[in-house]
Write a protein that binds this ligand. Structure first.
Ligand code: ARG
Length: 460
């Protein structure tokens, strides 16, 4: 078994259970690439300030690059005895290049090393999540532009409220994601500072150049305080809070897709490739993808609570507790990426059933407010208009007729202010087109809004 890099002061080997219990290599090895990059920057800096020689740097660089290739080829032997990704790589470097490998950790601790690695790793993941979020939003805004004239019922309390356009509904989804994107960018900007050089907790006695390593690693600046640097995990919490909100939004979309694909709504068709069948009921086509996304919000919310609870009451500076940050964070990243991919692939393939949507909007007295507004324009007080239309609707329920299907005489039973021009406002098209202002559901506005949304996306 490998000898512990910290074994000097110990007089007996680590208990086998304790070794397994305290190790993180099983889940932190995914940071190998960023760990190596952090080490390269550190070594380059040590060379510049004269702690390592140029020749030593060359050996370290060659060794670390060879290790990167071994990991990528699946040939690297990860050892639980060596605890984590950091000591596994360092020990392997020493195997390969001898004594020079033992110099790499000069002026550094695993505490600032791991804080650096997680930030580097998360930063790359944030960039790929940002791309996927953008791809989903592009799909949404394109579909919204195409469906600017498609009419469906808008709901409150899941009861038919007023007609809206399908494009308008999709752009509401897009707004949620637009805010998520800006939250992600905020998180990235706040996180992008380099903890490297904080060492164990107090800094180091070597003449290090923290600005240099920060710059080499693409950070905006070194962090201000060494104690905070090694113990801060705010960025993980902030990212997971962002993810939790995205997942909440996706779960709302999912709920609607599940409802809309049901026989009872029948508003949309999802392509077969996004659905699965039943092993017993031959007729079934189940919307598994949206259902699973809806379900996965649970684990991400759980991870947020895990991380908040992990950090609660921790005294400065580094504590081993912090090793528990990785699994919730990594699973949040993996889950979110999968869900965003599912949605980015699926959204452009949504096929609205326009006739069904329109018919549903007609059935629910969705133009009742339009009739009330019509009466108000003719001088009736709004409360009286509300009462008149309420009576007309009650009549329609009894006669199984929508307002637009009644004759003028039938409507005039409730108010003689109603004249033939009422039918302009009772149609679904008239109703949506009348809501013609920024943020309104009129097709003209939806087309403009989808252009503005696409424009914003193109500027990212
Ligand atoms: N595997 C550890 C972690 O994930 C690395 C830092 C350990 N530092 C220490 N002094 N035990 O947090």
């Amino acid at each position: 078994p490998a000898i512990k890099p910290w074994g000097g002061r110990f007089s007996e080997p680590t208990d086998a259970f304790v070794e397994r219990f305290t190790a993180s290599v099983e889940f932190d090895q995914r940071m190998y690439h960023h760990d190596i990059n952090g080490s390269l920057a550190h070594a380059q800096m040590l060379t510049k300030v004269g702690v390592l020689t140029e020749d030593e740097y060359q050996q370290i660089q060659t060794g670390l690059e060879a290790i990167r290739s071994e990991v990528e080829a699946g040939e690297f032997q990860w050892s639980v005895t060596l605890e984590d990704v950091h000591m596994n790589i360092e020990a392997r470097l020493t195997d390969k290049i001898g004594i020079t490998g033992k110099k790499l950790h000069t002026g550094r601790s695993r505490n600032d090393q791991v804080a650096t690695d997680i930030r580097l790793y998360l930063r790359d993941e944030i960039d790929s999540i940002a791309k996927e979020l953008t791809r989903l939003q592009q799909g949404l805004t394109t579909l919204a532009g195409n469906e600017a004239h498609t009419i469906m019922p808008g709901f409150t309390h899941l009861q038919t409220a007023q007609p809206v356009t399908f494009g308008h509904h999709l752009l509401a989804w897009n707004e949620m994601l637009e805010r998520d994107y800006s939250r992600l960018m905020d998180c990235r900007a706040r996180m992008n500072q380099s903890p490297l050089g904080a060492a164990a907790l107090a800094g180091t006695t070597y003449p290090i150049d923290r600005a240099m390593t920060a710059e080499l690693l693409g950070f905006d600046a070194p962090t201000e305080n060494s104690l905070d640097s090694v113990s801060d995990r705010d960025f993980a919490i902030e990212f997971t809070a962002f993810a939790s909100l995205v997942m909440t939004h996706l779960s709302r979309f999912s709920e609607e897709l599940v409802l809309w694909t049901s026989a009872q709504f029948n508003f949309i068709e999802l392509p077969d490739r996004f659905c699965t069948g039943s092993s017993i009921m031959p007729q079934k086509k189940n919307p598994d993808v949206p259902e699973l996304v809806r379900g996965k919000v649970g684990r991400v919310n759980g991870h947020l609570i895990s991380l908040l609870t992990l950090m609660k009451s921790q005294p400065l500076a580094y504590n081993k507790d912090n090793q528990e940050d990785k699994e919730p964070l990594f699973d949040t990243i993996d889950t979110l990426k999968d869900c965003l991919k599912a949605y980015a692939d699926m959204v452009p393939a949504i096929k609205p059933k326009k006739d069904v949507m329109e018919e549903a909007a007609r059935r629910g007295f969705s133009t009742a407010t339009d009739l009330a507004d019509y009466l108000v324009r003719k001088g009736v007080a709004f409360r009286d208009a509300h009462e008149i239309v309420g009576k007309s609707v009650a009549y329609g329920v009894e006669q199984e007729k929508d307002l637009s299907e009644m004759t003028l005489e039938e409507l005039q039973q409730f108010s003689d202010t109603i004249t033939a021009d009422v039918f302009d406002v009772l149609t679904l098209e008239g109703s949506v087109s009348a809501r013609d202002h920024i943020g309104g559901t009129a097709p003209k506005q939806v087309i403009e809004a989808s252009k503005r949304a696409a424009q914003r996306l193109s500027q990212r």
